[in-house]
Design a protein around this ligand. Structure first.
Ligand SMILES: NC(=O)c1ccc[n+]([C@@H]2O[C@H](COP(=O)([O-])OP(=O)(O)OC[C@H]3O[C@@H](n4cnc5c(N)ncnc54)[C@H](OP(=O)(O)O)[C@@H]3O)[C@@H](O)[C@H]2O)c1
Length: 326
């Protein structure tokens, strides 16, 4: 039910790119009956793409322009998945209704816009940083919350990914995941150097969290392996989580925990994530379930504009090879 009117949730969808087709609309289709949620219509700058998705996913309406979607009296929620350069203007138009919204990452074109949007969007909201919603990462958080962690290292590697904004568009997931696991990042110092024969860099960022925890994050877009991994160390414990995505070489997510055990032996525990429905394993259902439950129970969401803007600021500093204190 919607927090304001008690009606079932009914969304207007903004955007019709690859991510919408592969993840958002399939996740919504799976959840719609169980959650009492429907999509009233879709708008996209290029209408033909919205028409195709409306036909593929049986959506009743293609809006003629953004304002028509924004004004639709049938809806009580927005979902937005467009390019980061366009998201701010679209959200400012939609914000006039003050309805709940789920929005793809990154939450703005830069740190300034992300902060402005965090102040402007006051209704229940989710920023779709899907790593926070992956069950294997949530399980890892539960495990390490019970331990005293003294150092964290995140490896964010791709193969042959020669893109201009690697950290601010993609690596930001690693930064945001660390903030989910360990709280706000307070200080960053970055070293970056060119990858020979490419237009991109390798980045090494030394982190200090508000809690005092030390960490390191490595962005290597031309590594030999496509990998997302977080490793923690504490006294007598080393633990890691590795997640699986369509673009990583690992096909299943896994947690590995090693502890100094009795008689000097290492106690090893491995938790593998097998046979989970891909939309669930990838966190795509979790993003929507968090939004729906937060609306119904009037509680905060796991990932939102209010806790996401800092990740944008950190990502910008790392991308530029700069140091920053927040
Ligand atoms: N969670 C993840 O791991 C992940 C992975 C990939 C992407 N994403 C996010 O998902 C979102 C969509 O990504 P994508 O891969 O589908 O493609 P994309 O190229 O990032 O975005 C395409 C969408 O943005 C729209 N758009 C671009 N410029 C616009 C403008 N000036 N005004 C209005 N609409 C505009 C496009 O409309 P047209 O069709 O008219 O061009 C299309 O609907 C992005 O925010 C991206 O960061 C997330």
């Amino acid at each position: 039910m919607d927090e304001q009117s008690g009606r079932d949730l009914c969304l207007a969808f903004i955007g019709a790119g690859e991510w919408v087709e592969k993840y958002h609309l399939p996740a919504l289709r799976r959840l719609s009956r169980q959650q009492g949620v429907s999509v009233a219509g879709i708008w996209n700058r290029t209408r033909a793409k919205a028409e195709k998705l409306a036909a593929d996913f049986s959506l009743p309406k293609v809006y003629g322009d953004l304002q028509e979607a924004a004004d639709d009296p049938a809806i009580n929620c927005f979902a937005v998945a467009v390019n980061s350069q366009a998201v701010g203007e679209i959200l400012r138009t939609l914000a006039a209704r003050n309805l709940p919204v789920i929005c793809e990452k990154p939450p703005g074109r830069d740190g300034d816009e992300a902060l402005q949007l965090a102040q402007r969007i006051t209704a229940t909201n989710v920023v779709a940083f899907n790593r926070r919603y992956m069950p294997i990462n949530q399980q890892f958080k539960e495990l390490i919350d019970r331990e005293r962690i003294e150092f964290v290292e995140c490896s964010f590697y791709r193969r042959q990914r020669d893109v201009e904004r690697f950290v601010t568009e993609t690596g930001i997931h690693g930064i945001n995941l660390l903030e989910y696991l360990f709280g706000d990042i307070a200080r960053v110092e970055t070293e970056r150097w060119k990858v020979a024969g490419s237009s991109t860099y390798n980045w090494l960022a030394s982190l200090r969290f508000s809690s005092g925890l030390r960490g390191l994050i490595k962005f290597f877009p031309f590594a030999g392996v496509s990998l997302e991994k977080v490793e923690v160390n504490g006294r007598d414990i080393t633990a890691s989580v590795q997640t699986a995505h369509p673009f990583t070489d690992a096909r299943e997510g896994a947690i590995n925990i090693q502890k100094h055990g009795a008689n000097g032996r290492a106690d090893v525990e491995v938790v593998e994530q097998k046979d989970l429905e891909p939309l669930r394993a990838g966190g795509f259902e979790g993003e929507y379930l968090d939004l729906f439950e937060a609306i119904r129970k009037k509680r905060e969401t796991v990932s939102n504009f209010q806790n996401a803007w800092r990740s944008v600021v950190v990502a910008e500093a790392v991308q530029q090879g700069a140091a920053i204190q927040l």
